[in-house]
Design a protein around this ligand. Structure first.
Ligand SMILES: C[S@@+](CC[C@H](N)C(=O)[O-])C[C@H]1O[C@@H](n2cnc3c(N)ncnc32)[C@H](O)[C@@H]1O
Length: 394
């Protein structure tokens, strides 16, 4: 495939930058990444529309990416600052409709706030219908852009200075916080003791595995069914299994809820009570995406002994599971392994899991920055998730 040599979109990636970049690299070509602002220059967006949803393609792309908070389409690249005003006016003028005020947000990357303030002033002089929402050029977060419906009631434009050029980009989609709440805090069956995967992280895991049309996503430790639910939302068939019958019943309840809220196809998901260490993988084709068992849920700083026990128990499960996967049709594995904040062992459990994976025909895949794993942690948590990515050796 010939790549577009020009940046077509700007994407704002989440806080776990290495992980989010690994995800985005599966669904776009990345030209550059700006560490200071977390912005990536993208082209050749890979679109998946397995469900034929009546949605704008840019909106759909962003809705499927857990690690990209905002997407802006490049409108024009200019070399001189005065040309920016002209470009903005051409974009905004056709959308002005009296008596409605047009909510305007201007954001800058590498440009002084003074320049944004001047642009705001000049545009407001051109039309009294324009209302500057951030007249002082201060950045506006994606939460506010979403809550205040800026993209419907006006627009956000980003002026990005890079390599002597000025990129003018129009925000086309921001993360839909309401939809994330619906499938996180508002889902009917939740288990606070076990802890549940945030849907955004479930999307990232799925996207790194990148199931192809016709493939199935297997989650052998499905718990409340977050990963299976996200697969269903994209339109990918999925199998959720768990040792605990109560969790399977809960996952099914959540699936019925998602089916209603997101109009999912009922037949896409299958559920079963099963022990992941005894599953026969030989006849299974597709990808394995999971937040595996994380061991004991520590509420307080655990002792080294307690960590050691959890490490042994969880390790045994992974060792057996990977042993069962030898010769299976599972092409890719993306899984969370526990990593204990206070663990004094020399190597994390994930290193052992990768060794067992190698012994059973899988090879770790490295990320863009050469990473073999990605740590996803919350500041207060005693157990972090370490994400490993394995591909079947051919
Ligand atoms: C961290 S939770 C998964 C949570 C899930 N990702 C979610 O979002 O709800 C791990 C799950 O693994 C299950 N489990 C533990 N050992 C298992 C085994 N040997 N086979 C299958 N499931 C197991 C537990 O019952 C639990 O539901």
């Amino acid at each position: 495939m010939t790549r577009n040599t020009a940046v077509e979109y700007l994407g704002w990636i989440g806080t776990h930058t290495a992980l989010c970049r690994a995800e985005v690299a599966r669904y776009a070509h990345t030209h550059w990444y700006d560490q200071g602002t977390g912005v990536v220059g993208l082209s050749d967006l890979v679109r998946r529309d397995y469900r034929g949803l009546p949605k704008d393609p840019d909106r759909l792309w962003l809705d499927q990416m857990g690690g990209v908070m905002k997407l802006a389409r490049v409108v024009k690249v200019v070399s001189e600052p005065p040309a920016v005003l002209e470009v903005l006016w051409r974009m905004i003028e056709p959308n002005l409709r009296a008596p409605h005020r047009y909510k305007l947000v201007l954001s800058g990357l590498g440009v002084p706030r003074e320049f944004l303030k001047e642009l705001h002033g000049a545009l407001q002089e051109k039309s009294g219908l324009i209302r500057a929402e951030n007249a002082h050029g201060q950045p506006m977060n994606t939460g506010r852009l979403f809550r205040e419906n800026i993209l419907r009631r006006g627009g956000e434009y980003t002026i990005c200075l890079r390599a002597g050029e000025i990129i003018v980009a129009e925000t086309v989609a921001v993360q839909n916080l309401r939809n994330y709440r619906l499938r996180d805090h508002q889902k009917p069956w939740r288990d606070s003791y076990m802890g549940m995967l945030p849907p955004k992280l479930a999307q990232i895991i799925l996207n790194i595995a990148d199931p192809r049309p016709g493939e199935t996503v297997f989650d052998p430790f499905c718990g409340s069914g977050t990963i299976c639910g996200e697969a269903g939302i994209v339109g990918v068939p999925t199998v959720g299994e768990d040792l605990a019958p109560g969790h399977i019943a809960g996952a099914q309840e959540n699936w019925r809820y998602l089916t209603e809220k997101f109009r999912l196809e009922g037949g896409l998901a299958q559920w079963a009570v099963a022990d992941a260490t005894k599953t026969h993988w030989r006849d299974r084709q597709g990808v394995l995406c999971t937040e595996g068992w994380l061991g004991q849920n520590f509420r307080e700083v655990p002792t080294q002994d307690a960590i050691g026990r959890s490490r042994q128990q969880v390790g045994r499960v992974w060792r057996q599971l990977l042993g069962q996967m030898r010769g299976s049709g599972i092409r890719t594995v993306v899984a969370c392994i526990p990593r204990w904040a206070h663990d004094k062992s020399r190597a994390p459990l994930s290193a052992e899991v990768r060794r067992w994976a190698r012994e059973n025909g899988y090879e770790p895949v490295r990320g863009l920055g050469g990473e073999e794993t990605y740590v996803y942690s919350r500041p207060e948590a005693h157990t972090a998730r370490e994400i490993i990515w394995l591909a079947k050796k051919i």
